[in-house]
Design a protein around this ligand. Structure first.
Ligand code: TMP
Length: 228
């Protein structure tokens, strides 16, 4: 939660669930309904150079231990998130806007905490603490989890032909990440609203936008639309 008049909605999930396309589409839909919306994404919402550095880590470095890789990933992720919340997310919430984000801390828990460190409790705790500092304690008001079978997600990514470093690692990481998201869901029931992202795009879109609209309708009884 947070003390600001706006609302923070985040879309999370493994690769190939259609999150990024959905966030851009949903932002446009909400704007046509009169909401003041900012949509953004991580990594890169704080500074694109930090996203590039994260994506190119393995090209320039040789890692003696896998622990070196995960800590370097976390440096870029949290530097980016700190800038993102300071310069964009918090000011927009203060202004009473709807902030729609593609990924955040749940991805860090799933990829770095579960994907890289097998759900090590010390690492999960470290990620939560670092996240608290990076976001200034701002938490989502609604978190959608787009659940897609890892094989389906990977095939979609391959067909799109735009694989990043994490996707190129293949199905083993994708499965560990999926299990990570679902484990977090079991451990913290009520945090995620689950969306089945396996069906065709239009079906997924309609289900997800209906949940967002219902959330906005009841958001502290406030109307976040600019014109009303
Ligand atoms: P994207 O393709 O959804 O923009 O995300 C880029 C990659 O970054 C994606 O493969 C997952 C990864 N990632 C992490 O490993 N940890 C994080 O905390 C975030 C936000 C993304």
């Amino acid at each position: 939660m947070h003390p600001y008049p706006g609302t923070l909605i985040k879309v999370e999930g493994p690769e190939g669930g259609g999150k990024s396309t959905f966030v851009r589409w949903a932002a446009a839909q909400l704007r046509t309904q009169g909401y003041q919306v900012i949509n953004s994404f991580e990594p890169g919402g704080g500074h694109m150079r930090l996203r590039e550095a994260l994506m190119e880590l393995n090209k320039s470095q040789h890692f003696c231990r896998s622990a070196d890789l995960v800590y370097r990933e976390l440096v870029y992720i949290f530097a980016d998130r700190t800038l993102h919340y300071e310069k964009l997310v918090r000011p927009a919430l203060e202004e009473g806007m709807v902030v729609l984000l593609d990924r955040g801390v749940d991805s860090t828990l799933a990829y770095q905490g579960y994907g890289r460190c097998d759900g090590d409790p010390g690492m999960l705790r470290y990620i939560r603490e670092a996240n608290e500092a990076a976001t200034g304690g701002i938490a989502d008001d609604l978190t959608l989890l787009f659940v897609v079978r890892p094989e389906t997600g990977m095939n979609r990514k391959k067909q799109q032909g735009q694989m990043n470093r994490f996707e190129e690692e293949g199905i083993k990481l994708a499965r560990a990440v999926s299990i990570g998201f679902l484990t977090e869901h079991e451990l913290h029931p009520g945090h995620f609203t689950l969306i089945d992202a396996n069906p065709e795009e239009e079906v997924v879109r309609q289900e997800a936008i209906a949940i967002i609209l219902a959330h906005l309708d009841r958001w502290q009884g406030q109307d976040l639309r600019a014109c009303s």
